[in-house]
Design a protein around this ligand. Structure first.
Ligand code: SF4
Length: 86
């Protein structure tokens, strides 16, 4: 139901840099959603595909670290150096 805090933050950061984001009220002009909540829902996605569903994503902050985020992907590296895209 809820994604890890790091993923939610990564999504929110994408919204914050989007022209459709209204920072004063944390709303998206495209979907009308309150983004502080929407970014936390596993099944949520940006209507413009700037971020997607990370249903299988489970970030263990001790064993893995977020290494890159862009419009479409989040890359996570585990302690063995393996990189996985979401
Ligand atoms: S959900 Fe998508 S369109 Fe809406 S503010 Fe976030 S990135 Fe922009």
């Amino acid at each position: 139901m809820w994604i890890d805090k790091e993923y939610a933050q990564a999504r929110y950061n994408i919204c914050k840099s989007c022209n459709n984001f209204i920072p004063a009220v944390h709303l998206c002009r495209q979907c009308g959603c309150y983004m502080k909540l929407k970014v936390k829902l596993i099944s949520a996605e940006c209507l413009l595909k700037k971020w997607g569903k990370y249903a299988v994503a489970k970030l263990d902050t001790v064993k893995k670290k977020l290494i890159k985020t862009n419009k479409y992907t989040i890359k996570v590296q585990d302690i063995n150096g393996n990189v996985k895209k979401y």
